[in-house]
Design a protein around this ligand. Sequence first.
Ligand code: 3Y8
Ligand code: NAP
Length: 246
Amino acid sequence: MRHILLLGGTTEASRLAALLAHADCPAIFSYAGRTVAPIAQPLPTRTGGFGGAEGLARYLRDHDIAALIDATHPFAARISGNADAACRAAGVPMLMLRRPAWAVDPDWQHVPDIGGAVAALPHAPTGVFLAIGKQTLAPFASLPHRWLLRLVDAPDAAPLPGAKVVLARGPFTVAGDRALMQAHGITHLVAKNSGGTGAAAKLQAARDLGVRVVLIDRPAAPDRPQVATPDQALDWLHQTAPWRGV
Ligand code: 3Y8
Ligand code: NAP
């Protein structure tokens, strides 16, 4: 029987997984394996890379995948590029499930990438909340700030000199993020324009506290059909790769 491949790792991917399981859709959920204990999904789940675009194309053929839905994070640019190339090579239809970017508040400074965020921070030492995970912290090491980091899993080594590390998996709350930033004397927040609800609380908390926001624009996405909600993705699937049970 032909299967659907759902590349996950976001709130929307989890919501779509629940819809597909409820509809008895023969779908496979895929995690990269970035975190120690990812949230369990109601679908058969595979974890780990595919081995680049070629490995993913091979997976599509070997598992008779009828369609691929890329519900990964807007900043997971590599897997999305690989999926685009692999689906083209294997002749598999692909849809992107992407939540809309946050509208940039005029008081915020938006920058094109991590380097832009480093350049946007003040020179004088201050309290900075880097709410961007752990993969892109190294470029900030040259700055003299009091760092507050929020990570999903404990880091192997100190990610930044003297950094205070909070271990937490979202979604987060405005009250919680306001208390966190107040407790650490935060004056600046660096965040990715991830969009969605699971990471938005810190932006409202920053607005409430007058914390300056540096927002990193999301990278370009492949030129593929795109929807914003899990329901729209399910509709696309019914049109593109219907399965028994509809
Ligand atoms: C492994 C799966 C769900 C999905 C939940 C969403 C919400 C909570 C907010 C902050 C920002 C950050 C980070 C974040 C959020 C959701 C969503 C989201 C941001 C998990 C998950 C995996 C990951 C990977 C992880 C990255 C990191 C990024 C932390 C699971 C919890 C900062 C992105 O330690 C690491 O290496 C972590 C790496 C990629 C970014 C980075 O560069 O460090 N997400 N996050 C997925 C996989 O293996 O395929 O563990 O359950 C998923 C979620 N993280 O189902 O409810 O939908 O965005 N994730 C960012 O937005 O800036 C935290 O602290 O305010
Ligand atoms: P990335 O940089 O785009 O991908 C790096 C490599 O990880 C890919 O080339 C692929 O390895 C593997 N990979 C990524 N996502 C995968 C998936 N869903 N299933 C199987 N392999 C996957 O990705 P990332 O930014 O590290 O993100 C990794 C995961 O965390 C994604 O599932 C993403 O949705 C989730 N996430 C990321 C962020 C973020 O800020 N980047 C935020 C929230 C959640 P191979 O080349 O070997 O195939």
